[in-house]
Each structure stands twice: as C-alpha cells, then as structure tokens.
Design a protein around this ligand. Structure first.
Ligand code: SF4
Length: 320
C-alpha cells in the first residue's frame, strides 16, 4: 500500500498566530492565561496549551478580575468585547485577521444601511462572532432551502458575507441562490472563504482521484476539517475524519491500495506523522507527497506580545 499526502495540509497562518499568542502570553505574564473557547478546534493543541498553564473558559464571568484573556481564532461578538472591557480584563485578540476582515465588511455594510445575510453553520463560534458585529442582528442561511424561505425587510438593501471555512462548492450554490432571489444584493469585494480553506479543499480534490481511501486528521468540531472529508466523499472516495491515529480502524484498509491523507487547518503535523507511522505497521510501504500550492502567509502578532500588528508591516498576503 501507498500513502498519498495532500499539499498543502494542516496549520494555516491564523492557527499558527493564535497558538503563538497564547504561548507568548504564558511566557510573558505567567500562568494562568485564560482563553475564551478552544483557541483553535483541535484537542491536541488545547491539551498541550492547558498543560502549559492555559485555562479554557466559555463565559468571561469565569475569568477572575484583572486577569488576562485571549479571544480564540474564531472571533467574538461586540458584546463579548464590551463585557471584557466592563470586567477589566486584559485582552489579547487571537481572532484570525481573515475573520476580522469579514467583521469589518459587516460594519461597513451596516453603515451603508444594508441588512446582512451570513452564509454559515448555525452554532459555530465564528458565525456567532460575525453575527454579533451587528447590533440589529443578521440573517443566517445554511442551505438553498433557507434562502428560498428567507423573509427580509428590503430586498434592495441587502449584502452577504460567508463563514471563512465553508465548502467552496456548497457556498457557491447558496450564494448563487441568494443572487438569483435578490438580484440587488451586494457581494463581498473578495471571497470570504479563506485562502487556507480553498487551498486544502483544492488539494483534496486533486488527491481524491488517485486514492481509494481518504483519511483527514482533524477534530470533529473543526469546520474546515469536516469540509475536507466531505470534499473527498463527494468525489466518491471512502473518507473518514479522525482526531488522531488512535481512532484509525484497521478494517478501513481492506482491499485498499492508495490511502490519501490530509489534515484540517487546526491539526498539527505531528498527528499526521503518527498516523503515517501507524499505517506503515499495517502494510504501507511508501509515502508520496503530491505537488501543491506553497503557502507563505504570515500574520503579525499583537504589539503587547512583541509583534507589530498596528503597523501590519509583516503581513504577507501571498495567495490570500
Ligand atoms: S482557516 Fe482561514 S480563517 Fe480560519 S484561522 Fe486559518 S486562515 Fe484564518
């Protein structure tokens, strides 16, 4: 058997930055550092930071006054920001700059007097954060059916944004339906689906025809990891999402020769390496890396943590 490795896979620039913010905060201020929600949706990453002194909470009321809190990469609503201020917490914001870009779009469109429709998954923290950028609320649609049922106040003053980690193909169906139903709707200037989501899905699409089994390393709560599994499955390949090698089931290999492997944007490479080592004990003789997009995206760290975020001079927007 052969393992075929998708390229790119695993950590994106937003995840790298979010983890580094927590690590730098721990080094600079000492434990504990509070983190609102899982910093990124990956159990290995969260357990590792917890062992170093991070405390993960869902409600800011659980942070003792005067302590430091980091907002997760998924972003937070304006209400949560105001709460942190009222509670006198020191805040470091690990919201991915590409999520912040969507927040800025929402604010701009609201100022223009438009109602905003968000295409995203109900209950995902990024969706809650983005929808919480507009005091007057926003509409959430997940499917073409939702678009057909939607009732708006003024169909001539609408705009839409999307979650950054959607399936590129599913999102296109929904946004096409929005444009059909509301021809005057304003689109985002640039696609809100981020470069990392796009590149990882393209890589699985390229890999899928060469495989008869696909294994995606990522947590079940990770939106972009779930989408990678779906992309493989939609192309007719048996595909599983696993948190780590311990979830691998040997019977999946029955009759298979070429095993495609990729990882969601929040999954560390060590988990991919452990899976490959396990597969080698089960009859995999070689590993072939596919060609793919090389990513050189970097986001600056907050000023208080040794970065130069205010000037933004270290942002490299290659392939964003
Ligand atoms: S998946 Fe995209 S939006 Fe999410 S953290 Fe990574 S770069 Fe940012």
């Amino acid at each position: 058997m052969e393992v075929i490795l998708a390229q790119p896979r695993g950590f994106c620039a937003g995840v790298d930055r979010a983890i580094e913010i927590v690590e730098r905060a721990l080094a600079q201020f000492g434990a504990p550092i509070y983190v609102r929600h899982e910093i990124v949706h990956n159990k290995y990453v969260v357990d590792d930071l917890r062992a170093k002194g991070a405390i993960f909470i869902e409600e800011l009321q659980d942070v003792p006054p005067g302590n430091t809190v980091v907002f997760s990469a998924h972003g937070v609503s304006q209400l949560v920001r105001a709460q942190a201020h009222e509670l006198g917490l020191v805040v470091f914001d690990a919201t991915c700059p590409l999520v912040t870009k969507v927040h800025v779009e929402v604010a701009k469109m609201r100022r223009e007097g438009r109602e905003i429709i968000m295409v995203g998954h109900h209950g995902h923290p990024e969706v809650e954060g983005t929808m919480g950028q507009s005091e007057q609320g926003m509409y959430l649609v997940e499917t073409v059916g939702d678009v057909e049922r939607l009732v708006v106040a003024d169909e001539h003053r609408l705009a839409y944004v999307t979650q950054t980690t959607l399936s590129v193909d599913d999102a296109k169906e929904v946004t096409e339906a929005l444009k059909r139903r509301f021809p005057d709707i304003m689109e985002p200037k640039r696609n809100d689906i981020c470069y990392a989501t796009q590149n990882r899905q393209d890589a699985v699409k390229f890999m899928a025809p060469q495989c008869d089994l696909i294994l995606i390393v990522g947590s079940p709560t990770s939106s972009n990891s779930n989408r990678l599994r779906e992309v493989g499955a939609k192309l007719g390949v048996e595909a599983y999402l696993i948190e780590s090698a311990s979830e691998f089931r040997p019977e999946w290999l029955a009759g298979k020769k070429r095993i495609g492997v990729s990882a969601g944007a929040s999954a560390p490479e060590i988990l991919v390496e452990e899976l490959i080592e396990l597969l080698k004990t089960r009859g995999v003789a070689s590993v072939r890396k596919l060609p793919g997009v090389e990513e050189h995206v970097q986001f600056p760290l907050p000023v208080g943590l040794g970065g130069n975020e205010e000037r933004g001079s270290s942002i490299s927007h290659d392939s964003i």
